[in-house]
Ligand binder design. Structure first.
Ligand code: THG
Length: 262
């Protein structure tokens, strides 16, 4: 599993405060903690309160870049914010994200090529979030064919079925999981799959349990990458164990220590 740490997000009040006060040390600490707990990449999102996201994302990326060269996942719905982050982060970053809208695909695929970046494609359109598996697959196909038209390899594409909170979209959960399996066989080479895991438990009273149960199930459906909280030890233990059961890790009595990346 490619773990993308979710914690540098202005949605969290401590990060929003650090952005406002230009507290570089707080951002750097958050980056290093996530990496220590196994993050392969870090999501970078200024959050909804940012009034100048083009400037704020540049500041966040520069702060993180002083302490790590890990992949950064530039998270914004605004292409100009993403480009500002890409400029500061350098090649090998990930754009988070495009939708299936032609206008967005026309802007963000060229940007991914220009900066040699990966691209997350949300299966969402101007009509909103899909309500079933077929609609998700149709939007995934729209994204994949735009990549083919623009000569962007689907190896560098991460399709996201959009995870909804289980307390508001319970009937969608099975379709979301099955979409993960379907996305993998939509093209050759296979696109990757990604989810924003914590969405699933928003507004619920058993967040950690719901997160780790959903992640364990998604692993069985072939999930490649997840934006998650790597500081949640039980979550990472469940992930390592799910991969053990799928024979991706070799068993030994100390497998948790062995596979827990330092
Ligand atoms: N797909 C993609 N990118 C994404 C998402 C996705 N980026 C954002 C989000 N979804 C993933 N990241 C988070 C980060 C935090 C939370 C959920 C998803 C979260 N935050 C607490 C909350 O809202 O309750 C904040 C609580 C606090 O203030 O401490 O749950 O789906 N591609």
């Amino acid at each position: 599993m490619f773990i993308i740490g979710e914690l540098i997000n202005g949605m969290y009040s401590n990060i929003a405060a650090a952005i406002k006060e230009k507290d570089k040390a707080a951002i750097q600490k958050c980056a290093l903690e996530q990496i220590k707990c196994g993050a392969d990449a870090l999501d970078i999102n200024c959050g909804p309160a940012s009034k100048q996201p083009v400037v704020d994302i540049q500041w966040l990326v520069e702060a993180v870049r002083e302490v790590t060269d890990k992949t950064l996942c530039l998270d914004s719905s605004k292409p100009q914010v993403i480009e500002s982050g890409l400029k500061a982060a350098g090649s090998g970053s990930i754009i988070n994200s495009t939708t299936a809208d032609p206008e967005k695909l026309g802007l963000l695929i060229p940007l991914a090529k220009k900066y040699n970046a990966g691209l997350i494609g949300l299966t969402i359109s101007a009509k909103g979030i899909p309500q079933n598996r077929d609609q998700r697959l149709e939007l995934a196909a729209t994204i994949v064919s735009a990549c083919a038209d623009q000569d962007f390899s689907t190896e560098n594409l991460y399709l996201d079925p959009i995870v909804m909170p289980v307390n508001v979209a319970q009937t969608q959960m099975r379709d979301i999981l099955e979409s993960i399996r379907e996305f993998k066989i939509i093209s050759e080479p296979s696109p990757k799959t990604v989810v924003g895991l914590s969405n699933v438990s928003q507004g619920t009273s058993a967040r950690n349990l719901i997160n780790r149960t959903f992640l364990t199930m998604a692993v069985a459906f072939g999930l490649d990458a997840a934006i998650l909280d790597p500081l949640d030890k039980d979550l990472v233990d469940a992930l390592i164990t799910a991969e053990l059961i799928l024979n991706k890790n070799i068993y030994c009595d100390s497998y948790l220590e062995a596979y827990r990346r330092k």
